[in-house]
Design a binder for this molecule. Structure first.
Ligand SMILES: Cc1ncc(COP(=O)(O)O)c(C=O)c1O
Length: 392
């Protein structure tokens, strides 16, 4: 194997959110951290080499994004998603969550409704609340172990004063890669009711066999004029700590409004290491990514099989995308605080609390399987022992 994803690399003591904060967050120094959505793997060697070379220069003053930076992303989006982007449509953002927050500030007013689809990544609700806007929950439906959109309810929410919709595509934590027909129905409803669609595609590159990510903005000119697409190499190449991502806005008027907010908050300057990593990842990271996807799919299938055979008291939603597994503990009939306490202190695992993804996440927990197989096996064993030895 060219890339050794099995190698366990110590992350404690590296100012690492996932590992260094776990003892304090879970109030237990013995938990295995399988929470925050980054990976326990090194970035592609080409990214590391580019960063080392930039680091060796020794001067770390203000940076500027060169044309080659934009070209690397334009080529990636074209090659992988047949999504045609022009340079002027790309706006830098230090992160996807800051961009979501900026969209709320730029395109809605106090009291306006923003549609989200719980259970969903917690900051979707967070940024709407932070700005004093109204959350309109269009819950996903769990049908035969797979999440689907509820279009009847979506239309009801759309009619009820929604100005914006946050689409999570692919969806965290449901793991769904939305089909073309699902995306077209969302787009039709947004256009019909004059709702701006903000499409968070941070997980687009992590998609498993049998599924294909489609950028909603690539589907038609009319659609793209009503969409803010958010993309990033951060999850894909494990560079979330370098604070670099992109908003793509083809509608000039929307772009100017968004840009005016970037300027108002003075957040348009990019971290110089971010620029270097972004370009190296998009230009040279593809073979590494293909290899990573094979490894992650192996981890996913290992975990699904393990849970089905050895921990039948719970069930796992099969992710078509993302390195996150949504675990259903409802059959254990535990209250959420008891479930959390059980996972932390009995299973000794640091997972994400399902309730933080909205009321629709009650009875669930999220497990990150982007780790060497040995860590995953240890995590699953801990879960198995805790559940099978518990008196319910
Ligand atoms: C759907 C989704 N959006 C955004 C983010 C975070 O983006 P950023 O770190 O660029 O703000 C995550 C991280 O888990 C995510 O799952």
């Amino acid at each position: 194997m060219k890339y050794n994803f099995n190698k366990i690399i110590k992350r404690s003591g590296t100012n690492c959110f996932k590992w260094d904060l776990a003892p304090a967050v879970f109030k237990n120094g013995d938990v295995l951290p399988m929470w925050v959505a980054d990976m326990d793997f090194k970035s592609p060697p080409e990214v590391i080499a580019a960063l080392k070379s930039r680091c060796a220069h020794g001067i770390y003053g203000y940076g500027a994004r060169p044309d080659s930076y934009y070209e690397s992303f334009i080529n990636w989006a074209k090659k992988r998603y047949d999504f045609n982007i022009k340079k002027e449509e790309i706006i830098f953002s230090p992160g996807i969550v800051p961009a979501l927050s900026l969209c709320v500030a730029a395109f809605t007013l106090k009291g306006d409704g923003v549609i989200i689809q719980p259970p969903v990544y917690p900051p979707f609700a967070g940024v709407v609340k932070d700005h004093g806007r109204k959350i309109l929950e269009n819950n996903l439906k769990l049908i035969d172990g797979r999440y689907e959109m509820d279009f009847t309810d979506l239309e009801i929410k759309a009619k009820s004063g929604a100005k914006m919709m946050f689409l999570c595509a692919p969806h965290n934590p449901a793991g769904r890669v939305w089909s073309q027909s699902e995306l077209e129905r969302v787009l039709d409803i947004c256009l019909k009711y004059n709702i701006l669609l903000v499409s968070d595609e941070i997980h687009a590159d992590i998609v498993y066999s049998g599924s294909r990510h489609i950028c909603p903005a690539s589907l038609s000119k009319k659609a793209s004029g009503n969409i803010v697409t958010l993309m990033s190499p951060s999850k894909t190449f494990n560079i979330t700590g370098l604070s670099i991502s992109s908003a793509v806005i083809s509608n000039e008027k929307l772009r100017e409004t968004f840009n005016s907010h970037v300027e108002r908050f003075h957040i348009g300057l990019t971290n110089i290491f971010g620029i270097t990593a972004f370009e190296a990842a998009y230009n040279f990271g593809e073979p590494w990514l293909e290899s990573l996807l094979g490894y992650l799919e192996g981890n996913r299938d290992y975990a699904l099989d393990y849970i089905a055979r050895k921990i039948p008291a719970i069930s796992a939603i099969k992710p078509e995308s993302t390195f996150l597994m949504w675990l259903d503990f409802q059959k254990l009939k535990m209250k959420q605080d008891k479930l959390n306490e059980f996972i932390i202190n009995k299973a000794r695992l640091g997972l994400n609390d399902g309730a933080s993804f909205g009321a629709a996440g009650m009875g669930f927990m999220r497990l990150n399987f982007a780790c060497p197989r040995g860590i995953l096996v240890e995590g699953l064993k801990r879960l198995e022992n805790a559940i099978n030895n518990t008196d319910k």
